[in-house]
Ligand binder design. Structure first.
Ligand code: B1M
Length: 210
């Protein structure tokens, strides 16, 4: 098995030590950091996402895979910066105003990172104004999570705040969370809806390529 295949496998099985060793090994072999990222980390996280969507993996498996990914990323990041690697895009993610649930939001952030995006994690209880600022700071996508029916309207307020700031056309908006539906996403003028973390990463990838 090649190093990158080994790396992808270690990510899928959540073996952080093996993932770190494979990352270091691939770099020592002279493999460019971008290739280690794409064919090792991203390839592995893609399988994790598919298995999660198909209910073959549950939240704990995704979390340990993401931990392995993050540890490998820590080794790769300085090399990527040195080699002027451009991330696929920048996503500002947050749980909307009034909402403190962050487990799903964190999973979405991990899958997005696993898909090659740079993440600006704005945390929980994020106001529309903070999302507007993130777009001004360079986010090309904003990703909104809500777990409460009472906080879903903050998603609409965020889209409206982007319109009011005159920057709606500079950014794609994706939304999700247990009470959120595709119909709601269409109603408020979002660009995409993800029923789960893996779908959110897929949609973000499609939107950035469009
Ligand atoms: Co809260 N809570 N909670 N809670 N809580 C729910 C959501 C609830 C359904 C429980 C219930 O009543 N059955 C209910 C909401 C009812 C409703 O409005 N429909 C509820 C309530 C009422 C409350 C409080 C109001 C309770 C109270 O104080 N009276 C309060 C509100 C606090 C606030 O936010 N202001 C509250 C508080 C809390 C805790 C702090 C105790 C804790 C949160 C801890 C934390 O997140 N750090 C908590 C928890 C843990 C839950 C449950 C049990 C689990 C949520 C979770 O993490 N699920 C939840 C009941 C349940 O779902 N069984 C409940 C696992 C997670 C992986 O799934 O977040 O759905 P989820 O994310 C998924 C998808 O939704 C999607 O991808 C993820 C992975 O596939 N997704 C996206 C999420 N964001 C996305 C964004 C995308 C795309 C996909 O694009 C950007």
């Amino acid at each position: 098995m090649g190093r990158l295949e080994e790396l992808a496998d270690s990510i899928i099985s959540g073996k952080a030590d093996a993932a770190v060793a494979a990352t270091e090994g691939a770099l020592a072999d002279g493999t460019p950091a971008a290739e280690v990222l794409t064919d090792g980390l991203i390839a592995g996280m893609q399988v994790v996402g598919e298995r999660f969507k198909n209910h073959e993996f549950y939240v704990p498996e995704v979390l340990i895979a993401a931990r392995a990914m993050k540890m490998s990323m820590a080794i790769l990041r300085p090399q990527l910066v040195e080699q002027d690697y451009e991330p696929v895009g920048t996503v500002a993610i947050g749980t909307v105003r009034g909402d403190l649930h962050d487990i799903g939001k964190n999973l979405v952030a991990m899958m997005l990172e696993g898909a090659g995006f740079e993440i600006m994690d704005l945390g929980i209880d994020v106001t529309p104004e903070q999302f507007v600022q993130a777009v001004k700071d360079g986010a090309g996508i904003i990703a909104l999570s809500a777990l409460l029916t009472t906080t879903m309207p903050a998603m609409k307020d965020t889209v409206e705040a982007l319109n009011a700031a005159g920057i709606r056309d500079q950014v794609k908006v994706i939304i999700g969370g247990a009470p959120v539906t595709e119909t709601y996403a269409n109603d408020i003028g979002a660009d995409g809806y993800g029923p789960d973390a893996a779908s959110a990463a897929e949609i973000a990838t499609e939107l950035i390529a469009a």
